[in-house]
Design a binder for this molecule. Structure first.
Ligand SMILES: NC(=O)C1=CN([C@@H]2O[C@H](COP(=O)(O)OP(=O)(O)OC[C@H]3O[C@@H](n4cnc5c(N)ncnc54)[C@H](OP(=O)(O)O)[C@@H]3O)[C@@H](O)[C@H]2O)C=CC1
Ligand SMILES: Cc1cn([C@H]2C[C@H](O)[C@@H](COP(=O)(O)OP(=O)(O)O[C@H]3O[C@@H](C)C(=O)[C@@H](O)[C@H]3O)O2)c(=O)[nH]c1=O
Length: 874
């Protein structure tokens, strides 16, 4: 699970720099807020936000920084720099969240004879300085887990600051007087941002300790404002004469400290930081700025040309108006983002932010996808008298518009369309494709992405997402389509609306997933809290639970509201505690047996259960899959429903315990590449020969039956409730049952970590990492010898001890490497196909023989994973 870090004042200089580098800290889940999202002076909003999102760290970058203005605005400066800090610190402490608060050199009087140390006497000489000091005091008092980082003379590419003012004045004037008797250390906010995140990261990895206290951080070196200006003009090649002046020659409401150099030994020592000299950092600042400007100019010209094409009559008026607005906006960011590349139709379909432009989800990009798919279907199924597709959509904004547009386009191409009357879960689409004998189907959904996104997934005639060779072929067709080629004018006679009839057929099938109806009957009052997190699950999952026989389904009314804005959550992702927090609160209130959740398109499932301390904890994806497989096999065995021709499927990065359960029970099992389309492929290959009884992967997805050929949260929620009922029937909780599984089959702990490397150089770095792992695999991991290396690119498994090589049984190759050690550790490495990431999946075994040892065993396993991560330099 990632560590959650809340950043307040995130649109200021420092906050923006933190945002800019946040991608390099994949272990952190960032929550960026500024006054619109979280006004830190509002105690109620702060309390709600913290309780809902439960960050582990809070970095406060919000402040009143207008030094002169503060002199006549004591009230606001105090509220923001002092009172609000006290509130943040206190409320953070209430939820066990550490606070890193940023303060200033202006807390000193500026008469120091040597660089200020953290414990030197404070004596602010301005309202800004004294309110910041008050904030420090309240922060320390209200949260024992605090770090105060005092910095000085910040500048950055964002916001207004001394560097930007000087560049502007230098361009306007031929001569400038700048104070030479005030000495300090200019600080590039990018360096401070990096220092803060490095500190947090090293605390997360337990490499360093969070030692509460005050710390000083600025760039190395000393300068007067005059020296600083000279350097700015020098580096930026600005032709303006700088003259040194005295403080009294530059009258202002606040006389700035004469000397505010700070001693930084403490922060350097405690966290091993290397701090750049201010002059080097300033040079780098201008280099970056120049590079950005040059690239931006080139990109901008190109983007403007592409945007101009969207002003022709092929596009509707609303779209044209939107493009005109972007073109006339002084800030070109939105225009660039919307037009700098084509939104890619990949093997998983489309996914992107909604809006006008070639890199956005809109009726033209969706239209091109549908037109391309139509062209391919007509070639591929030319021999059929009729081609049929099913269309489904989720709760997202525009999902309905995009599905209706697609229905028109398919029908305009002579294809028969079955369109759901209203939102429905992804698994129901998969079912409907099979039930209606369609050749293809699409769903408009962006799964659990943020609300700005939408997406388009394409399915084949077996109800599975498209696989090779159709995926590449469809991509080729889509790439050929131009806006003018899209046939938007639908043929309504070819469009049939699907509704309750299909729902009933689907529910009948879902009901057949139940293995122990008698247990459900006995435990029909099981208290189940269920949340659809504003998505499609609300349509079918409570109905599925009732169809199984459960009668006590407790909802979270606020989250039953269907909405593409996901108003009660930051991210509608059922694997995140924040998304489940309302459901868990409800579960605590009613003392529920289980919390179930589904993501917006109801393909993925979240499960929370009470642990031995009575707290609700979320099962990870491996645990969920493990529980399902354990139950399915055990229960089938118990009721003589294992006939010998059954099989299960998991993905290669999913826990090996599942394989163990299958092996010990003589059930065939297959290991496939990540993605349910590969699980579906195995089912297709074994159709009529063997019986599929379940399959899943670590990504919180499970597929209990083959009438759906994708992740299915509808059947999964109902079956998970049955499992909880089964455990309860034996006087156990699901948590206890999970521990039983570990006791019987062995304990393993899993974790995933990804490393982000952006841009062209990042992609090269990721490739290089894979090359290094291939040519020079680690000899030992976590104190145990490496035994087997599986390379899915060559499909060869090497036993390093016996030197034996065996072939891996997979239909295609994939850029994945796996390391297995003698003591049962498995590490899988694979670059993401769609994002600038390389993913590492860890699984370590543990010695677990007594329930009472569980916490210790888990802790040891976590430590082992951390140690391996360090060995791999992650
Ligand atoms: N700038 C400097 O030279 C130095 C700054 N510092 C300290 O470093 C920290 C970061 O400074 P810097 O990035 O320059 O500050 P900025 O002024 O650039 O950013 C502060 C941010 O806080 C936001 N904000 C204002 N009111 C609220 C509110 N009620 N709730 C939430 N956010 C709010 C501001 O929004 P809006 O702009 O809309 O008001 C702004 O985006 C501060 O603590 C500052 O005191 C220390 C030494 C030097
Ligand atoms: C524009 C200008 C400023 N100056 C002087 C005035 C002042 O003493 C000094 C810096 O001016 P500024 O107003 O940019 O600096 P100021 O806003 O005081 O900067 C401070 O901001 C707060 C938030 C902090 O915490 C401090 O560390 C410090 O960075 O430069 C000149 O001498 N000539 C000029 O033309």
């Amino acid at each position: 699970m990632k560590t959650k870090v809340l950043v307040t004042g995130a649109k200021g200089q420092l906050g923006s720099e933190i945002q800019k580098i946040s991608g390099s800290f994949p272990e952190i889940d960032f929550y960026f807020t500024d006054v619109e999202e979280l006004d830190i002076t509002d105690p109620w909003k702060v309390a709600d936000y913290l309780i809902l999102n439960k960050p582990q760290f809070l970095v406060n970058c919000a402040a009143y920084t207008a030094v002169d203005k503060a002199e006549t605005d004591l009230e606001t400066a105090t509220l923001l720099n002092a009172t609000a800090v006290g509130i943040l610190a206190e409320q953070a402490a209430d939820i066990g969240c550490k606070i890193i608060h940023v303060s200033t050199d202006y807390v000193f009087n500026g008469r120091g004879p040597r660089p200020y140390r953290e414990d030197d006497r404070v004596d602010p000489r301005s309202v800004y300085g004294s309110t910041k000091l008050e904030g420090e005091v309240l922060c320390m008092k209200n949260n024992p887990e605090y770090m105060i980082i005092r910095t000085s003379w910040l500048y950055s590419a964002f916001g207004t600051n001394f560097v930007k003012t000087m560049v502007r004045l230098g361009g306007e004037k031929t001569e400038l007087g700048v104070i030479a008797d005030q000495i300090g250390s200019p600080t590039n906010a990018a360096d401070l941002a990096d220092a803060i995140l490095t500190i947090i990261s090293s605390v997360i990895s337990a490499e360093k300790q969070f030692v509460p206290g005050i710390y000083h951080y600025s760039n190395e070196g000393v300068a007067s404002w005059y020296d600083f200006t000279k350097a700015i003009f020098d580096i930026a090649k600005i032709n303006c004469l700088v003259k040194p002046i005295a403080s009294e020659d530059y009258p202002s409401p606040v006389q700035r400290p004469a000397y505010s150099v700070m001693n930084k030994s403490k922060i350097k020592l405690n966290f091993g930081l290397q701090i750049p000299h201010w002059r080097d950092s300033l040079t780098e600042y201008f280099q970056k700025r120049n590079n950005d400007m040059a690239t931006n100019q080139e990109v901008l010209e190109n983007v403007k040309l592409r945007a101009a094409e969207w002003l022709t009559d092929v596009y509707d008026e609303a779209t044209k108006a939107e493009v005109r607005r972007m073109l006339s906006n002084e800030d070109p960011t939105e225009l660039i983002d919307s037009f700098y590349r084509d939104l890619e139709f990949g093997t998983g379909g489309l996914r992107g932010i909604m809006g006008a432009g070639i890199n956005r989800m809109n009726i033209y990009t969706v239209g091109a996808a549908t037109q391309g798919l139509s062209n391919y279907l007509k070639k591929e199924f030319a021999g059929l008298p009729e081609i049929k597709v099913a269309i489904c959509y989720d709760c997202r904004n525009n999902s309905r518009l995009f599905s209706e547009t697609s229905a028109d386009i398919f029908s305009a191409n002579g294809i028969k369309v079955f369109l759901f009357e209203d939102l429905r879960p992804t698994p129901e689409l998969s079912f409907a494709i099979r039930e209606l004998g369609c050749q293809s189907g699409i769903i408009l959904t962006a799964s659990h992405n943020p609300k700005e996104y939408n997406g388009y997934k394409a399915y084949w005639d077996d109800g599975s997402q498209i696989v090779s060779p159709h995926d590449e072929n469809i991509i080729d067709e889509v790439l050929k389509v131009k806006a003018i080629d899209i046939k938007f004018k639908g043929d309504k006679s070819l469009i049939t609306i699907l509704g309750a009839d299909m729902d009933n057929l689907f529910l009948e099938k879902v009901k057949s997933v139940s293995i122990s109806p008698e247990v459900v009957q006995r435990q029909k009052d099981l208290k189940i809290v269920y949340t659809p997190i504003h998505g499609t699950g609300v349509r079918m999952i409570p109905a599925a639970l009732r169809a199984f026989g459960f009668a006590n389904i407790i909802n979270v009314p606020e989250q039953d509201v269907v909405s593409g804005d996901f108003p009660t959550v930051v991210s509608p992702n059922p694997e995140e505690t924040a998304a489940l927090s309302m459901a868990i609160a409800k579960a605590v209130e009613v003392d529920a047996d289980v919390v179930l959740a589904s993501d917006p398109d109801a393909d993925r499932i979240g499960v929370a259960v009470k642990n031995d301390k009575g707290e609700f904890v979320i099962l990870n994806g491996n645990q969920t899959a493990l529980v399902f497989i354990f139950y399915i096999i055990s229960k089938r065995r118990e009721s003589n429903k294992l006939l010998g021709n059954e099989f299960i499927v998991k993905t290669i990065v999913t826990t090996e315990l599942i394989a163990k359960i299958a092996e010990r029970n003589n059930v065939d099992f297959y290991d496939v590449f990540t993605g349910f389309k590969y699980i579906a492929e195995v089912i297709r290959d074994l159709e009529g020969k063997k019986v599929y009884i379940g399959g899943g992967e670590e990504s919180f997805g499970f597929m209990p039956a083959d009438f759906v050929r994708d992740k299915d949260a509808v059947s999964s929620c109902a079956l998970m409730a049955e499992i909880v009922a089964w455990a309860k029937d034996q006087g156990k909780s699901l948590y206890e049952m999970l521990l039983d599984i570990y006791l019987k089959y062995g304990y393993s702990r899993e974790k995933m970590k990804y490393v982000v490397r952006k841009g062209k150089t990042g992609a090269e770095e990721i490739q290089q990492m894979m090359v290094n792992f291939r040519t020079n695999p680690p000899k030992e991991l976590g104190g145990s010898k490496l035994k087997i290396v599986k390379d899915y690119e060559t499909l060869i498994a090497k036993n390093l001890l016996s030197r034996e090589e065996t072939k891996i049984d997979q239909k295609t190759t994939s850029n994945v490497l796996q390391f297995f050690t003698e003591d049962g550790t498995k590490i899988s490495v694979r670059p993401s196909g769609t994002e600038p990431k390389i993913k590492f999946y860890f699984e370590v075994a543990g010695e677990f023989t007594k329930r009472a040892d569980y916490d210790t065993v888990e802790k040891l396993a976590d430590e082992k994973i951390e140690a391996i991560m360090q060995e791999l330099d992650l």
